[in-house]
Design a protein around this ligand. Structure first.
Ligand code: PRX
Length: 659
């Protein structure tokens, strides 16, 4: 975002007051900020009281060995019991937990399933018994690579029930990406499906698992496969000494009785891999008690959830943290009724679902909103969306145009928009308006939630004060914070806590406006945000360099109207590759998709003779970004060879790719 846009934004004077009835009946009122300020730990203890504990904690927070936090120390609980069993025991077994909507429509009828809390309890218990049968024990890691079908929720909760941390890998990632995650967390069991439906066609998943399992030697003992599409799969069943097991063979026949163990509050719940500034993804570790307290409290407060009457829908894929915190753990811990949709947002389908299920709370990403804006308001205008009462946004800064369109066209001008800032690492929403309290400003995530301490600081860690910009930091530990990086405490310290002692550095730039409200400005490190998904420049560079024709690569995130940022790559070919051949660009794009996944495919690749480097050899990505964004190239005086940029600019002819 340029300084110019930013100063326009900060003079944005539109304000949207909370609707009067929402404000009056809001779950959280303005007093919560003061209460949390007065005693942060007491505030979070109260949030943790929302959960059912086997044994209550002795200590709310142990921060004696920073940055390694322990929350609700000495307490025990079971995440699956909190998300499922307790609602059944409280007499709400017949309440729908998931209105699942499949992508295919046959003869005008969608493929749907409604799953009640009682049914979910049975399914989770059966899956827990089946996993036990497959040798999964407390502490073992289980990898999950699945489409958006109810079984993925069942699988995650079954793991949580057993205390076997899951690692869900987004179904769009490649076999290589899956293999590296399986290896890093040493998962012996993988849960997958034959495939899933995307854009009207069955798309296979099992072949990628087979390839990944092959790459990991003897590590994976079993692959548990849900039949979703019925497509052909290569099968190596146990009867022939293979690893493959059908879900319907072992889960459907398992007992619905499963005695849950209460796990320590700090017992690992899951590992979620996310891109960092190096080529190797980071395994973000979340544990049980704090994570569940943080996600359930924020889901209830930020979305003002009324579990009896609301129908909530978060459109995120379960392969990302938003799917974990605000589709699985937060909403289910709160006993919500929610929609889960298998497919992609083809024109009008989302709004049809809002209409059919009378969705009241809707949570999505700015990139989706911008795509719908482009398609035109006629499409959503064709549906009755009067059930909606609250809208949420996550994943990247929402530009004021998109905010206003979302509010007016989707929300009919009556729904508050909560722009929620958080990260895989934070586990829970950290900065957001409270819908019954805050007068929202289009484009600002507003203030840290009660119990959260965010600040914007300069290079010397001094608060910049209102009206100024700097780095976003978090000053105090919070319940759902990451505990470490899987198997790498040192990298955890170095990445988040070393820049300034005692401060968590989020990697984002931000500004405080004259009222002290926070405006997020995007990443200040080598992390890109493409359609709200995090990608590392280094990871894509490594993928490019692994191609035999490539000598060197530099990747930048360039501004893009729809996806926020787009991947733009500059490559130098090896001498032996000559000019690379006619299809070199397409060849390299496909290579990146194979190495990482289709989301990482560069929008644009430029083959260049040189890259701009400082005298110490560091690539000056800032200059490449200028080229990718068609700007006048900035200051080149620190370049080892200042003519390089002229060479690169003379090459700036390749057209952006279409897909
Ligand atoms: O740069 C911020 C951006 O997304 C990053 C976190 O990405 P990830 O861990 O993949 O989690 C995405 C979903 C929580 C942040 O460092 N980001 C996320 N939400 C916002 C945002 N930037 C601006 N405004 C937001 N609401």
């Amino acid at each position: 975002m340029s300084e110019q846009t930013l100063s326009n934004l900060m003079h944005e004077d539109r304000r949207f007051e909370p609707p009067a009835d929402l404000a009056e009946n809001a779950n959280v009122k303005a007093e919560a900020y003061d209460r949390a300020d007065a005693d942060r730990e007491a505030f979070w203890a109260e949030a943790a009281e929302r959960l059912d504990w086997g044994r209550k904690w002795d200590q709310v927070l142990d921060w004696s060995n920073p940055p390694f936090a322990k929350w609700f120390v000495g307490g025990t609980l079971n995440a699956a019991v909190n998300c499922v069993d307790r609602h059944v025991e409280a007499g709400r077994g017949d309440k729908v937990a998931l209105h699942w909507v499949g992508e295919p429509i046959h003869d005008g009828v969608a493929d749907t399933r409604d799953i009640t809390y009682a049914q979910l309890k049975d399914e989770v218990s059966k899956a827990a018994n089946a996993l036990t049968e497959l040798g999964v024990q407390k502490g073992d890691r289980v990898a999950i690579y699945m489409p958006m079908i109810p079984e993925v929720v069942v699988a995650m909760l079954a793991c949580a029930r057993l205390g076997a941390p899951h690692t869900v890998v987004f179904g769009g990632f490649s076999a290589d990406a899956l293999a590296s995650r399986i290896t890093d967390c040493e998962a012996h069991v993988v849960i997958t499906s034959d495939g899933g439906y995307r854009r009207g066609a069955a798309s296979a998943l099992k072949p990628a698992v087979d390839e990944a399992v092959e790459k990991t030697g003897d590590l994976v003992r079993n692959v548990l496969v849900v039949r979703r599409t019925g497509q052909d799969v290569d099968w190596h069943g146990r009867e022939e000494g293979g690893r493959d097991v059908w879900w319907h063979d072992v889960v459907d026949n398992a007992s619905t009785d499963h005695e849950p163990e209460m796990h320590d509050s700090e017992h690992p719940l899951y590992v979620m891999y996310t891109s960092g500034t190096t080529g190797k993804p980071k395994g973000i570790l979340h544990t049980t008690g704090g994570y569940l307290a943080g996600t359930s409290y924020t889901h209830w407060s930020v979305f003002d959830l009324k579990p009896e009457t609301d129908v909530y829908w978060c459109t995120a894929d379960v392969g990302w943290v938003t799917g974990h915190s605000y589709m699985v753990y937060g909403p289910l811990a709160n006993g919500a009724t929610q929609v889960m949709y298998e497919g992609t947002p083809e024109k009008g389908r989302w709004w049809q679902i809002v209409q059919d299920y009378k969705v009241t709370i809707f949570y999505t990403a700015p990139t989706a909103i911008r795509t719908f804006m482009k398609q035109g308001r006629e499409i959503p205008d064709g549906y009755d969306m009067s059930s909606l009462r609250l809208l949420g946004s996550v994943g990247e800064p929402i530009n004021p145009e998109a905010y206003i369109w979302y509010r007016e066209v989707i929300g009919g001008g009556r729904c508050p928009v909560v722009d929620t800032w958080w990260q895989t690492e934070t586990g829970q929403i950290m900065i957001s308006p409270l819908p019954g309290v805050t007068a929202g400003k289009p484009g600002s995530a507003m203030k840290a939630l009660p119990g959260i301490s965010a600040d914007v600081v300069d290079d010397e860690a001094r608060s910049v004060g209102n009206g100024n910009g700097g780095y976003l930091v978090l000053r105090e530990p919070w319940p759902a914070m990451l505990r470490t990086l899987w198997g790498d405490d040192q990298r955890f310290k170095d990445t988040y806590w070393s820049r300034w002692p005692g401060l968590y550095f989020a990697g984002d730039g931000a500004k405080l406006d004259e009222d002290g409200d926070i405006w997020l400005l995007g990443r200040v490190d080598d992390v890109m945000n493409v359609s709200g998904h995090r990608l590392s420049t280094t990871e894509i560079e490594s993928a490019l360099v692994s191609h035999p024709k490539v000598a060197e690569a530099a990747v930048v995130g360039a501004a893009d109207d729809t996806t926020g940022q787009a991947v733009c790559a500059f490559v130098i070919l090896r001498d032996s590759a000559g000019d690379g051949g006619e299809d070199i660009v397409e060849e390299l794009r496909k290579h990146v998709a194979k190495e990482i996944g289709a989301i990482a495919k560069p929008r644009q690749i430029m083959v260049v003779p040189e890259l701009p480097k400082t005298r110490s050899g560091k690539i000056m990505r800032r200059l490449l970004k200028d080229v990718a964004e068609h700007r006048e190239v900035g200051d080149v005086t620190t370049l080892a060879d200042s003519t390089v940029m002229d060479l690169i600019k003379s090459k700036e002819t390749s057209a952006p790719a279409e897909d």
